[in-house]
Design a protein around this ligand. Structure first.
Ligand code: NAG
Ligand code: NAG
Length: 468
């Protein structure tokens, strides 16, 4: 079954303004259904650019002097690299499962360069770097090429470059030999090898008899963390990826009667005394509450990445004299903390926290890749006797409803679009109000965002003004 293919509308992260044919450097969004993939991406390659020439660092990275894809790197940073170099790295596909986004890795397919970047579906950090077409890219190790137009990546070449000389493992189902180093594997194809391999699967233990045949060439290369490609996990974020930002490892919603604040476990790259070489990860906790002043928030979390003034307050349209409002003076404003996955809304008059918005960064949502995924835990009261269940970033809304044991008020449909003309190809989401929170739910039942707000005003219902 082939998935559908979608093109992102002209928004900020669609790899910059269209150039020339209007497609240069665009990211194509494709859906990965049951492991199969959209085939409708883009146009025939018309590249005149030289091939990428990249250095392989086992267990770590693939890159050149200007940029580097590093294991453990957050998705957004890899996308930033692709956007910045969109004249050179073209026709990148984003592949994910629309129905069950947690069941497959999220993939960036650099179709013209034969490279795939596989991101863990949960933590959205880079897990495996795969080169699946070695004819599209030049590769070197310790500054010396082992794959280019002039140098075929044969087993002899790999031996010479990596000092292999250890046997491979033959997989008869794939008809590939695998040669494994720590954090680096090569798969060899036997296309130039006429005789079908006679090795039985149980020979896999008699490694000595599995010398990779002369002339076999590398079909695929993998860079990953640890000893085994099958069992590898995305490593923690490398210090080089912090770039001065603070990330949240987890966020607990503090519960009084209804949510009252956030307790954040934060990560930063701290420097030891003096040398950058002493840099290490710092972990620390901070709390912010509804009703805190913006000075409180600044001192707890530091400066936001952006301050965003609510320009169109949707409720204003219904107020008696909307034109009399002076927007610059009485607009509420958000602090956007993109690397925390959190927005904080302040009241225009009191400058106190009115709302928190937590973002889950699921692919297929309108805001995908704007925020780092917020790993939250929210206690939800499920019984009158005060029993609670925990809702997390990975909870599905139908399960929450089941736990509650009663249907939640009818949802408000939210259809985002960046301009009146623009249809949002990601579809509508549904906003459910529950215990002073608004859960924005995607069509696949995953939670896109949670908005926490203060004690309800008398007689208040879920209003459009509360929507994320
Ligand atoms: C990546 O792109 C290549 C080239 O278009 C294609 O052959 C391959 O199937 C794609 N891989 C995935 C996982 O979609
Ligand atoms: C809407 O589309 C019309 C016609 O294509 C165009 O002239 C107009 O500028 C568009 N408006 C916006 C807000 O994009």
């Amino acid at each position: 079954m082939l998935g559908r293919c979608r093109r992102r509308p002209g928004r900020s992260w669609g790899a910059g303004p269209p150039k020339g044919d209007g497609t240069t450097g665009q990211l194509l969004f494709c859906l990965l259904s049951s492991g199969l993939v959209c085939a409708a991406a883009g146009r025939p390659p018309r590249r005149a650019e030289p091939m990428l020439d990249l250095e392989v660092v086992p267990e770590r990275s693939l890159g050149n002097e200007q940029w580097e894809f590093t294991l453990g790197m957050p998705l957004a940073q890899a996308v930033t690299i692709l956007q910045k170099h969109c004249r050179i790295i073209k026709n990148v596909q984003v592949l994910y499962s629309e129905q069950s986004p947690l069941s497959h890795d999220l993939i960036l397919n650099l179709t013209q360069d034969g490279i795939k970047l596989l991101f863990d579906a949960f933590n959205q950090r880079l897990k495996v770097i795969e080169v699946y077409d070695l004819t599209k890219v030049k590769l070197k190790y310790c500054g010396v090429h082992f794959n280019s137009q002039a140098i075929a990546p044969t087993i002899e070449q790999i031996d010479q470059s990596f000092g292999a000389t250890h046997p491979g493992v033959y997989n008869s189902a794939e008809q590939l030999f695998h040669l494994n180093f720590r954090g680096l594997s090569f798969s060899f194809q036997l296309d130039s090898w006429t005789e079908a391999p006679k090795y039985e699967p149980n020979f896999a233990h008699g490694l000595a008899s599995l010398q990779i045949p002369h002339g076999a060439t590398v079909k695929r290369m993998y860079i990953y963390s640890g000893n085994s490609l099958q069992d590898t996990k995305a490593p923690v974020m490398p210090l080089t990826c912090f770039l001065g930002n603070v990330y949240a490892e987890s966020i607990d919603v503090r519960d009084g009667t209804g949510p009252s604040g956030l307790r954040l476990r934060l990560l930063a790259a701290g420097c030891g005394p003096g040398l950058l070489a002493d840099a290490k990860m710092r972990v620390f906790a901070r709390s912010v509450y509804l009703g805190d002043s913006f000075q409180d928030v600044l001192s707890m979390l530091g400066s936001p990445h952006k301050v965003f003034y609510k320009s169109e307050d949707k409720m204003k349209i219904h107020s008696p004299s909307p034109h009399k409002q002076v927007p610059s003076k009485c607009n509420d404003y958000f602090f956007n903390y993109f690397t925390l996955g959190v927005d904080i809304l302040f009241d225009a008059n009191t400058h106190k926290v009115k709302k928190f918005v937590l973002h889950t960064n699921y692919p297929g949502h309108y805001n995908f890749n704007i925020y780092h995924r917020c790993e939250f835990k929210i206690p939800i009261a499920i019984k009158k006797d005060g029993q609670t269940e925990t809702c997390t970033t990975y909870s599905k809304w139908d399960n929450i409803q089941e736990l509650l044991g009663h249907p939640v008020e009818k949802p408000v449909v939210l259809h985002r679009s960046s301009s009146p003309n623009n249809t949002n190809p990601f579809g509508s989401t549904f906003c459910f109000g529950l215990q002073r929170m608004i859960f924005e739910v995607m069509q696949n039942n995953h939670i896109a965002s949670v908005t926490l707000y203060g004690p309800p005003r008398p007689g208040a219902h879920l209003k459009t003004a509360e929507l994320p």
